[in-house]
Design a protein around this ligand. Structure first.
Ligand code: KIV
Ligand code: ZN
Length: 406
């Protein structure tokens, strides 16, 4: 199967930063950008330079320091925005200006008060201005998935004609579904099939929990760039999660012939750093980087994982930078996992002694959700005298037993 390299466009520092409570200062953006570089993303969208002087300076600092990835700055379709974005990214080794303008009738009518014709002209003019400054220009028709497909294709043709090198199709309000996304991207790709140098991109929001599925549908229809964020942060319900897209493509490489340049073992450190910087906690059951993504509590699962992790894990924790899978001791856990945990804590028990510990453990697990090492150690310490006494008694029996056996 021939494999295609997909461009990973990370917008944690722009769309991600727009989620409530996630804004970052210059030093924080720089720290995160360095980690994104280690992670291996192809494009870092560092911010929206017209938004504030602070954001301008942060984008500029990222553009100055990071030499490998492309550095993009966002701009509305106006000269002032585009010029500001250009001033922020111009010192990057590989700068990109990302221009956007809404194209759906809802946005044109209520927000921009513009006709389709005016929108078409404004989009092309904005791209021409951006191209006069920078050789790498991305255009996004905002709310693309609620735009009539024929008009979306006309806009795509017009901005490509004006010099756009990437056309990004955003599902701005997370409204589309995979099959529809496939058809939209297929139509857009078809319209620019005579321009293999132009990249079609997808940018999906997660309002219906479909951002990753829609992004993958877009890739299958011909998109070659995917926009995403670490931990899936972003406006409202967030953006497509970078770690989920990358690992879906990697784990199911038998189904999807796409590669990325991402270093898997940097996924978890990236997630942790973002949480540390923003204070935005990751839900425990979040795929790939959630606290429970490699944790097992049910006895049957623990037993399987102890025998062979392949039974209940489709990727190794190490492949995404998580140190190891965790056996969580709770009321669903069995003797097998308890015995292993005792061993890890330095205690090896006979079957009979473990039974005794197990009874106490289950009684406690019924009251508290998770039995931590300290709880288990306390049980062991408390049971030690009783266990020793039982052992003594057993010895005595053995000596005193008429058969000489215990
Ligand atoms: O969701 C969106 O439409 C955007 C654009 C600016 C690309 O973030
Ligand atoms: Zn967005």
């Amino acid at each position: 199967m021939e494999r295609t390299r997909i461009t990973i466009f990370d917008t944690t520092l722009r769309d991600g930063e727009q989620s409530p409570g996630c804004s970052m200062r210059l030093d924080e953006k720089l720290r995160m950008a360095r980690q994104l570089d280690r992670l291996g993303v192809d494009v870092i969208e560092a911010g929206f330079p017209i938004a504030s002087d602070g954001d301008f300076e942060a984008v500029q600092a990222v553009a100055h320091e990071l030499r490998r990835p492309r550095i993009a700055g966002l701009a509305r379709a106006s000269f002032e925005d585009i010029d500001r974005a250009w001033q922020a990214v111009r010192h990057a080794q590989r700068p990109r200006i990302h221009v956007f303008l809404a194209t759906s009738d809802i946005h044109l009518h209520y927000k921009l008060r513009m006709t389709r014709q005016q929108c078409l002209e404004r989009a092309a003019e904005a791209v021409r201005i951006a191209r006069s400054l920078c050789s790498d220009v991305e255009f996004s028709p905002e709310d693309a998935t609620r735009t009539e497909v024929e008009f979306l294709c006309e806009v795509t043709e017009a901005v490509v004609e004006a010099g756009a090198t990437t056309v990004n199709i955003p599902d701005t309000v997370g409204y589309t579904v995979p099959r529809e996304m496939y058809r939209i991207i297929e139509a857009v790709c078809d319209r620019v099939r005579n321009r293999p140098d132009v990249v079609i991109s997808v940018h999906c929001h997660n309002d219906l929990g479909l951002a990753v599925a829609n992004s993958i549908a877009g890739l299958e229809a011909g998109a070659r760039q995917v926009e995403c964020t670490v931990n899936g942060i972003g406006e409202r319900a967030g953006n497509a999660s970078l770690e989920e897209i990358v690992m879906a493509l990697r784990v199911r490489c038998d189904q999807m012939p796409y590669d990325t340049g991402i270093r898997g073992e940097q996924l978890y450190p990236s997630s942790r750093l973002l949480t540390e910087i923003t204070g935005a906690l990751v839900q425990p059951n979040k795929a790939i980087v959630g606290r429970n993504a490699f944790a097992h509590e049910a006895g049957i699962h623990q037993d399987g994982v102890i025998k062979n992790p392949l039974t209940y894990e489709i990727m190794t924790p190490q492949s995404v930078g998580v140190p190891e899978s965790k056996l969580v001791l709770g009321k669903h856990s069995g003797r097998h996992a308890l015995g292993l945990k005792c061993q890890q804590l330095g205690y090896e028990f006979s079957r009979r002694d473990l039974d005794r510990i197990y009874k106490r453990f289950v009684a406690l697990a019924d009251q508290i959700k998770v039995v931590e090492d300290r709880h288990l150690l306390a049980i062991i310490q408390e049971e030690m005298p009783a266990l020793a006494a039982i052992k003594e008694m057993a010895k005595g029996h053995a000596v005193g037993s008429p058969m000489g056996t215990a």
